[in-house]
Design a protein around this ligand. Structure first.
Ligand code: PMP
Length: 403
C-alpha cells in the first residue's frame, strides 16, 4: 500500500517577520505519520509480523521478473511516450477485451500510469474542479479521500451497512447535490473486501446516469475474488463506458507494489488531459517495468489469475479461523486481501490503542479501523492483511491464537 510519508515539519520555530511568508500551503498537513506507517515502524522495531501494510510479498511471476531484467539490459531505460509503450497499451487493451469485453483503442484510450494511485490523481486533475463533490463508500481507502482533498475536491461519504457492507441505495441518492460530479467505486474493496453485486453496481450506474456523473473505478483487486465470485467491471453496464474512468494496475496482480505501474482505460475524450497531468508529475511510468508488465499480460495463462484467487482464498481461510479462535470476529471478505475484525475484546478506548495492545501482546501488527471511516467510527475494528507468504501468515495466526 502506498503510504503518506512523514513530513519533516520543524516544530517550535517562530519565523522572524521577514520570513513570515515562508509557510506550508493551505493544503499541507502538519506532521503526518499515517497510522499504517506508524504500526509498521513499531512492528519492525519489535520484530513482529506485519499484517498492517497491504504489501504483498508473494513472488513476482517469472515472465515478469525475467522481462524486467532483460529490458534493463536491452536498454529500455529512457523516457517512454507519456501514455506508455505501445506494447503495453496494446496488452492492456487486449486484457480489457478478454476479461470484460470492453473495447479500448490502444492508441487513444489507454494510459499507463505510475500505479493506480497516479491514475486516480491524473483523472481528478483532468476531470474535476475545486469545490466539486465526489461520492465514495465508507469504509473507504484513505488515498481516495486524501487525493480528492489535495485537489480541493470534497469527498462525500456514503456509509455501507455493517456487517456485510450492503449498499443503501437511498443513502446514495440522498448524498447527491448539485455539486456532485463523480462517484468513486472500489470493487473488490479495501478495507472491507466487499464486491459490489450486479444489482448494486447497476444502482450506482443509475445514479451516475440520472445525474450525469463520472464514475472513477478502482479495480486493483479485480483478480482477488473468492467463493466463485466474479469481478464486474462497471464500465460494462449500459451507458457507462463513456463516463467511466477505469483504474487498475499491476501492483497486486504481479506482486510489484514497489515498481509503480498501473493504468487507466477510458473514452478518448478524457484521455488526453489525463495523460497531460500524468506527464506533468511522472513524465512516464518506469520504462523497463512497462516491458515486464506487458510480458506478464502476454504470457501468463488464465490459470495464473485463477491461482491468485485460490491461493488468497486459502490465506483468507487461515486468517479468518485464527481471528475467530482469538475472539476477534472477522467480517469475511468476498474479495481483495484484507479482513476487518471486531476487536471489542481488546483493551483500549480507540482502535489505535487496541492495535498497539495487540502488537505488544502478540507481535502482530494490524491497522486501526478508524483509518477507513469518518471520525468517531471504526474504533471497534482492526484491519488485517493476508497477502503474505504462507510461513509468515501461519506465524501470525499462531501468535494471534495465543492471545
Ligand atoms: N487502490 C487500492 C484500493 C489499494 O488498496 C491500493 C494499495 N493499497 C492501491 C490502489 C495502490 O495501487 P498502486 O500501487 O497501483 O498505486
Amino acid at each position: 500500500m502506498p503510504e503518506v510519508n512523514a513530513s519533516p515539519v520543524s516544530a517550535g520555530v517562530t519565523p522572524t517577520a521577514s520570513l513570515s511568508r515562508l509557510q506550508l500551503s493551505e493544503m499541507a498537513p502538519g506532521t503526518v505519520q499515517s497510522e499504517i506507517r506508524a504500526m509498521t515502524t513499531e512492528c519492525d522495531r519489535i520484530g513482529g509480523v506485519n499484517l498492517a501494510q497491504g504489501v504483498c510479498d508473494t513472488p513476482v511471476p517469472a515472465p515478469v521478473e525475467e522481462e524486467a531484467i532483460a529490458a534493463i539490459r536491452a536498454g529500455h531505460n529512457i523516457y517512454t511516450r507519456m501514455d506508455g509503450i505501445g506494447r503495453l497499451r496494446t496488452a492492456i487493451a487486449a486484457k480489457q477485451q478478454r476479461d470484460y469485453g470492453l473495447k479500448y483503442d490502444a492508441e487513444t484510450e489507454v494510459l499507463v500510469a505510475s500505479g493506480a494511485t497516479a491514475g486516480l490523481h491524473a483523472a481528478v486533475m483532468a476531470l474535476l474542479n475545486p469545490g466539486d463533490e465526489v461520492l465514495l463508500f465508507e469504509p473507504f481507502y484513505g488515498y481516495h479521500t486524501a487525493t480528492l482533498k489535495s485537489m480541493r475536491v470534497k469527498p462525500v461519504l456514503v456509509p455501507l451497512a455493517e456487517p456485510d457492507w450492503t449498499l443503501d441505495t437511498d443513502a446514495l441518492k440522498a448524498a447527491v447535490t448539485p455539486r456532485t460530479r463523480a462517484i468513486i467505486l472500489n470493487t473488490p474493496a479495501n478495507p472491507s473486501g466487499k464486491i459490489f453485486s450486479l444489482a448494486e453496481t447497476e444502482a450506482v450506474a443509475a445514479v451516475c446516469l440520472e445525474h450525469d456523473l463520472f464514475l472513477f473505478t478502482d479495480e486493483i483487486y479485480e483478480y482477488f475474488v473468492y467463493d466463485g465470485n466474479k469481478h464486474i467491471s462497471p464500465a460494462t453496464l449500459p451507458g457507462m463506458r463513456e463516463r467511466t474512468i477505469v483504474i487498475s494496475g499491476f501492483s497486486k496482480t504481479f506482486s510489484i507494489t514497489g515498481w509503480r505501474l498501473g493504468y487507466v482505460t477510458a473514452d478518448a475524450r478524457w484521455m488526453g488531459a489525463m495523460a497531460y497531468f500524468h506527464d506533468l508529475t511522472y513524465v512516464c511510468a518506469p520504462s523497463a517495468f512497462q516491458h515486464a508488465a506487458a510480458a506478464g499480460l502476454e504470457q501468463l495463462p488464465p490459470s495464473f489469475y485463477a491461482q491468485i484467487a485460490s491461493d488468497h482464498q486459502s490465506k483468507r481461510e487461515r486468517l479468518v479461523s485464527a481471528l475467530r479462535d482469538a475472539g476477534m470476529e472477522p467480517s469475511v471478505p468476498a474479495g481483495a486481501y484484507y479482513i476487518l475484525a471486531r476487536v471489542d475484546r481488546l483493551p483500549g478506548a480507540t482502535a489505535a490503542l487496541k492495535a498497539r495492545h495487540l502488537l505488544a501482546a502478540t507481535g502482530v501488527a494490524a491497522v486501526a479501523g478508524s483509518a477507513f471511516f469518518r471520525p468517531g467510527h471504526g474504533e471497534n475494528l482492526l484491519r488485517f492483511c493476508f497477502a503474505k507468504r504462507d510461513a509468515d501468515l501461519d506465524d501470525a495466526c499462531a501468535r494471534l491464537r495465543k492471545l
